[in-house]
Write a protein that binds this ligand. Sequence first.
Ligand code: FE2
Ligand code: FE2
Length: 191
Amino acid sequence: MRFRRIDLNPGSGEPVANSPQELLLGCHARIRHYIQLGRTLAGAQGVSEAEVADAAAAIFRYFSLALPMHESDENETLYPRICAVQPTGGLVLEAAETMVEQHRAINELTAELLALCATLDRSPNRLAQLAPTLDHVTRAMEQVFGAHLHMEETVIFPALADLFPPEVILEMLNEMNDRRRPPRSGLHLVQ
Ligand SMILES: [Fe+2]
Ligand SMILES: [Fe+2]
């Protein structure tokens, strides 16, 4: 597989989300993009060391800065509110519990990917040596995230509008946006 030109910052220039669902789905699109970039990097041939380092740094930046915010959206903004309104045994509550549980397994895989990308950012000449491990880890992430994102998109996100009144939906959106607000230093965090 050849390494083609990539968009290192697909979140830039996007309109502000109008709802928690829209914001969360935007995150999912970027999760899929960066996993795919990892898959592409694992199969890359004939690319410069600068391209390898750039791609590895972009993947590292996304999964170390943005994914934790997305998990906080789901673990800290969605989950407690779903627990408060869903009866025990409810389909959405069960899915939300599964979601939080799956985040732990996802974080273990993500830690492996981050270690690989940090190494490739520093030493891009090691791509050939690390490609099989990168291939293995990104394949596993593709599988685990595939089921995880699908469950959130088909069971949890569509239920939000039925479970919560508009003022609570707005409260959740504000909470998520606050999480992404640039710090006072002016540094801009990726979404
Ligand atoms: Fe999730
Ligand atoms: Fe998610």
